[in-house]
Design a protein around this ligand. Structure first.
Ligand code: ADA
Length: 571
């Protein structure tokens, strides 16, 4: 797949991005009409992309078909889709080769014995909702549709390395790492084969294993080894190590970083040192690209966020592009990654629905599987603003917490709680994250006093729950500021009001011993969906501190001055 570095030197990769044939299928007749073997009259669209940017399709929600003709020398092919919104059915020359549900994680399928020549790759995309959708129809972002991230076809030869995950435990002095590499092998050849599997950390060989596999056979290796003289990955010095696993015919290249992430004694610690999270919530959204985010825009967003003095980003509310995570790994920015359970859209009985819980767990499995080597991800988010004050939410929270603690690597597990005083799921988190909008929603006569009282009240609640060891952050807070809207009176909706509220909150949180940081809602204005009703002026969520074209509002300057002041205070 596309990363900031080449994942392979031996394996032949063909990027299928670019012009694809496309047609909508509003009556969902395409399967019956044989679209899987070739589309009828169609237009050309760009992949990656969202169909909503095509004229006349801004609000199209339904089924659409994509077709790409490509050449191959044949053999065993692996198709990798980095993101399809929301459900994909994939066909090769009319034969169904795989399906996937979920708009934000990659998936792949392998096809053996493909003959040399031109072939048709056809994808049926469906972004409709049903009772078990994640997210549900009501979300506060725009529900796009399309093949939103890159597509590649790989030619597999001999015994291949399909997956590599590195887990490690650092010694108390952070200088030694006890490592375990999980390596998934597959014999793409047509006959039994033997190969030498070698693992490298940077240029140092760390494991060697001779393996024999029958044609089509898979095998997972667990390889233990120790690394000494470790240089830790940190926000100020993001030391990355190259990971390379090779066989005689194939290779897989990745990167990782060694760091120790802890939530204890009411603090968040990175490599043994307390750290205050100076964060911002970021959606992958742009008026001209939707969620199909070009790499150059990702870099520009990150540059702006670093300029602001942030050290953390919450990927609200779904797994982000792997390329963006590669950028964060390189920049030393901490990341909170979550799945798209946007709770305000879920009725309590839906949260308790075993089908929904299982679907969300599968999304967590995929997120952990694909993102676990990224050192920047220090927080897993289980869900956002579900009714965690109701019994219906306990089973979901329990299952997700237990999974993420068991399989999620060295990370803090949390969820965004918007009923903090009544929440009954707080046992299922390492860090308490609160979403609260005093000063925006409701009638706040004096939001400073309201915030101050809340911080006192929640400190008492945390103590009575016996959870004083759990650090607390503000997962979301803020207010809308319509870009360019100014008045002499600091009234709601103006840039001035937004800037004053955010500045006041940041100072209050920074001064409060319970608070270990915060994530401003939100980085940029985003298009939102009609289900959010009319309190989203111009169909946008206007709480960005930059507008949708990344033009700074008054709040940006306030946040930048405060975050840089907080950095100076740390010195
Ligand atoms: C919630 C939600 C965000 C956004 C925000 C808002 O906290 O998690 O996605 O909708 O409210 O702008 O009201």
């Amino acid at each position: 797949m596309r990363r900031l570095f080449d994942e392979h030197e031996k394996r032949a990769i063909t990027l299928l991005d670019g012009s694809w044939d496309f047609c909508t299928d509003p009556m969902d007749e395409g399967e019956a009409r044989g679209y899987a073997t070739g589309l009828p009259t169609s237009t050309r669209v760009s992949v990656p992309g969202v169909w909503n940017t095509e004229l006349g399709l801004l609000e199209y929600e339904g089924v659409a078909w994509y077709e790409k003709r490509f050449f191959t020398e044949g053999g065993t092919l692996r198709f990798v889709f980095e993101g399809v919104m929301t459900e994909a059915k994939v066909y090769l020359d009319g034969a169904h080769i795989g399906s996937h549900y979920g708009g934000f994680c990659q998936f792949d399928m392998i096809v053996r014995n493909v003959c040399p020549g031109h072939h048709l790759l056809i994808v049926r995309v469906d972004n409709r909702f049903d009772a078990h959708s994640i997210p549900q129809k009501r979300v506060d972002w725009y529900h796009y549709g399309g093949i939103t991230r890159s597509v590649t076809v790989e030619r597999l030869q001999g015994i291949c390395v399909l997956y590599h995950r590195l887990d490690y435990t650092l010694s108390a002095d952070l200088l030694t790492a006890k490592c375990c590499s999980t390596v998934e092998l597959y014999n793409a050849g047509v006959r039994k084969n033997t190969t030498r599997v070698q693992g490298f950390l940077d240029k140092t060989a760390v494991f060697t294993e001779d393996v024999t596999l029958k044609a089509g056979e898979s095998r997972t290796l667990k390889l233990q080894y120790t690394v000494s003289d470790v240089q830790c990955w940190d926000v100020s010095s993001p030391r990355l190590y190259g990971l390379r696993v090779t066989t005689d015919t194939d290779d897989l290249i990745d990167r990782t970083g060694f760091r120790l992430v802890e939530a204890r004694e009411g603090r968040i610690l990175l490599n043994g040192r307390p750290i205050e999270l100076r964060g911002v919530n970021r959606h992958e959204d742009h008026p001209d690209w939707g969620m199909a985010f070009p790499q150059g825009l990702m870099k520009r967003d990150l540059d702006i966020i670093l300029d602001m003095g942030c050290n953390a980003i919450r990927g609200s509310h779904y797994p982000n592009s792997r390329i963006f995570l590669d950028m964060l790994d390189e920049a030393g920015v901490l990341f909170w990654s979550e799945i798209p359970i946007w709770g305000c859209g879920f009725a309590p009985e839906t949260l308790a629905d075993p089908v929904v819980i299982a679907r969300g767990l599968q999304m967590h499995r995929e997120m952990v599987h694909h993102y676990c080597n990224h050192p920047a991800i220090v927080i897993w988010g289980m869900h956002n603003e579900i009714r965690a004050d109701l019994p219906e939410s306990v089973e979901m929270s329990k299952q997700y917490y237990e999974f993420l603690k068991a399989e999620g690597g060295n990370r803090i597990v949390t969820y965004a709680a918007n009923h903090p005083m009544e929440d009954i799921c707080l046992a299922y988190c390492d860090m308490i994250s609160i979403n609260k909008y005093s000063g925006w929603y409701g009638k706040s006569l004096d939001y400073r006093a309201e915030w101050q009282q809340f911080l006192i009240d929640f400190a008492a609640r945390r103590a009575e729950l016996g959870m004083a060891d759990k650090p607390v952050v503000m997962g979301e807070f803020g207010a809308a500021g319509i870009y360019g809207h100014h008045t002499f009176d600091c009234v709601k909706g103006t840039e001035e009001y937004q800037a004053e509220l955010i500045g006041s909150c940041l100072k209050q949180f920074h001064a409060d011993p319970m608070m270990q940081g915060s994530f401003i809602w939100q980085f940029c204005d985003i298009r939102t969906c009609s289900e959010m009703g009319l309190d989203r002026a111009r169909g946008f969520n206007n709480k960005g501190i930059v507008n949708e074209y990344r033009k700074p509002k008054e709040a940006y300057r306030i946040v930048k001055s405060l975050y840089h002041r907080f950095v100076e205070e740390e010195k």
